[in-house]
Design a protein around this ligand. Structure first.
Ligand code: GLU
Length: 549
């Protein structure tokens, strides 16, 4: 068979150049020895998930820590899954977590010497290599229709055989020259398949950077490399791209492990050296008693958008991801909590071999700790950024009086106190937490644990005595006086010794005042709250509470 003629006919792309041309166009990168080139290669489906962040952090660390670089490649070969604005969504989602790309799709200011970074724009390169494989007898046209392929699948399933297009089932593999030309003449659509040289009887051992030595079965599937519209499949495109973008390490999800034999064969037939591969474990969660993979359908926390919308502090999420990624991170972080995270020495061999357990409660604990390290000014800026994007119009008005809000934050965070308070978990929750400081969002609950009449008397006595000029001890003496006047215990020892002798204690009185002015039974220091609210607002709230009883 005249393979050159066939190749020219099947891939008549006039732009296709000799293969050497691409080697010169995309030369080896001029980097120091040991510098790694990594990439993130998402499909533009619009859904960026925690698994993407998980591998992005690992790839980013490996690249930058070694003096190398990380680039962004968009794997848009599957048009059906493409969503408008998806590339911006990827970039924004990762930017929030401070993941920097040094080059790639839409990365401004970069030299982008290995462009284009969208696979759809690289058709010529894929065609050049597919053409070469046809010439070498390592790829062939396949005219099987969808119907024929699904009938084959059924037949194989019934006979309990491995499904797919291989060996005896790969009918188009053996078409004669005449048959091929006849089909072409008849205008039958075709794909280009790899003529696999592998044998499923053979095992091969592969060194995975994360999982160690793994044994896989050689590929014998004649996988599609170019679809009928001339667009490559992911398998074929990624091998060519990783080679010509001079990728040295690929950290990707373990769902790709199953395709590894195909990738190994493709690199071999293309004559390329493979990058190092590390297949990262999946993120799992406890669902009752069972442990399962995070699911797009069931778990909103899988989407990265969730963390932005909820207003998670990016550093907290990163700290948690690093905790899950490297087994020695947690210990390092205990000793180096205030050091930039980049100082941690990330190592691939400390990455988990099997599923990482993701626990939102653990993340919330980390978030509380991280947020408790901020100054009130930093917290202000963090909340402002979140509110501008996701807050309600009323929440936006909280920022009208910066001095007032800073006082609220200072109190709620315990700035200047002996110990920081850890009441804030996310921006969204913090904005709700402080809502009682603002009349528009203050919700009187009148949720007292005492009879209305008693509460009313207590609130009234306090209101009559209240002086905004009192310092905290003078204020507390008045609370005690109110307690005493109403028969409540002020001596906590005496109260504990015989609680039945009193209707309650001074703590209960303070709680009534708290509920009346904030709607809540638990808050930071009440004297300070009243100071922040100011005289008029405090008196008005007490007055309204009395009226409501
Ligand atoms: N485009 C693939 C994905 O979105 C990337 C796989 C890889 O990193 O090689 O999952």
């Amino acid at each position: 068979m005249d393979l050159n003629k066939l190749a020219d006919l099947l891939i008549p792309d006039e732009n296709v150049k000799p293969l050497d041309y691409y080697e010169t166009l995309y030369p080896a990168r001029d980097l120091e020895k040991g510098a790694e080139v990594t990439r993130l290669a998402p499909s533009p489906t619009g859904f960026i998930h925690l698994g993407n962040l998980f591998v992005a952090i690992a790839n980013e660390r490996i690249a930058h820590q070694s003096g190398g670089l990380m680039y962004l490649r968009i794997e848009d070969t599957d048009l059906k899954r493409k969503v408008d604005g998806a590339v911006d969504a990827v970039k924004n989602a990762l930017k929030y977590f401070d993941i920097r790309f040094d080059e790639g799709a839409e990365i401004e200011g970069a030299e982008n010497k290995y462009a284009p970074y969208y696979q759809r724009e690289r058709a010529e390169i894929y065609h050049a290599f597919a053409k070469d494989l046809i010439r070498r007898g390592l790829a062939y046209p396949c005219f099987c229709t969808e119907e024929e392929l699904s009938a084959l699948r059924e037949q194989q399933t019934e006979a309990k055989k491995i499904t797919g297009y291989y060996g005896e089932y790969a009918t188009c593999r053996n078409l004669t020259e005449e048959q091929i030309y006849e089909n072409l003449k008849a205008g039958k659509p075709y794909v280009i398949r790899l003529r696999s040289q592998g044998n499923a009887e053979n095992k091969l051992t592969f060194r995975d950077e994360i999982k160690g030595d793994i044994t896989v079965t050689e590929n014998d599937q004649d996988v599609v490399i170019l679809k009928s519209d001339g667009i490559p499949t992911y398998h074929f495109a990624h091998a060519i791209d990783d080679h010509f973008m001079r990728t040295t390490v690929v950290i990707r999800g373990e769902e790709w492990l199953a395709s590894l034999p195909i990738h190994i064969e493709l690199f071999d037939v293309l004559g390329f050296r493979r990058p190092k591969y590390g297949h990262n474990c999946s993120l799992q969660k406890m669902d009752g008693e069972t442990r399962r993979k995070l699911s797009k359908r069931k778990d909103p926390e899988l989407s990265l958008e969730f963390y932005r919308q909820e207003g998670y502090f990016a550093r907290a999420v990163k700290v948690y991801m690093l905790t899950l990624l490297n087994s020695n991170f947690e210990e390092w972080y205990m000793k180096n909590a205030d050091v930039p995270l980049e100082h941690f020495k990330f190592s691939i061999n400390k990455m988990g071999k099997s599923g990482a357990l993701f626990d939102l409660n653990k993340l919330n604990d980390i978030s509380k700790n991280e947020l408790a390290k901020l100054s009130e000014e930093e917290m202000y800026n963090f909340l402002l950024a979140w509110t501008n994007e996701f807050g309600t119009d009323t929440q936006k008005t909280y920022f009208a009086d910066k001095e007032y809000l800073l006082k609220v934050l200072t109190l709620c965070m315990g700035v200047g106190g002996k110990k920081r308070r850890k009441d804030f978990t996310t921006a969204k929750q913090a904005m709700e937490f402080i809502s009682y400081f603002f009349d528009e969002t203050f919700v009187p609950t009148n949720a007292y644990r005492f009879e209305g009449e008693t509460v009313k008397k207590i609130l009234q006595t306090f209101k009559d005595l209240y002086d905004a000029a009192d310092d905290s001890s003078a204020w507390f003496n008045k609370v005690k006086a109110v307690a005493e006047a109403n028969g409540f215990a002020t001596d906590m020892k005496a109260y504990k010794a015989d609680p039945a002798a009193f209707p309650g204690s001074v703590a209960d009185v303070a709680e009534m005042l708290r509920v009346a002015t904030t709607g809540l039974a638990n808050t930071p220091d009440l004297w300070t709250i009243m100071q922040i609210l100011g005289k008029e607002r405090t008196l008005a709230r007490l007055e309204n509470a009395i009226k409501a009883l």
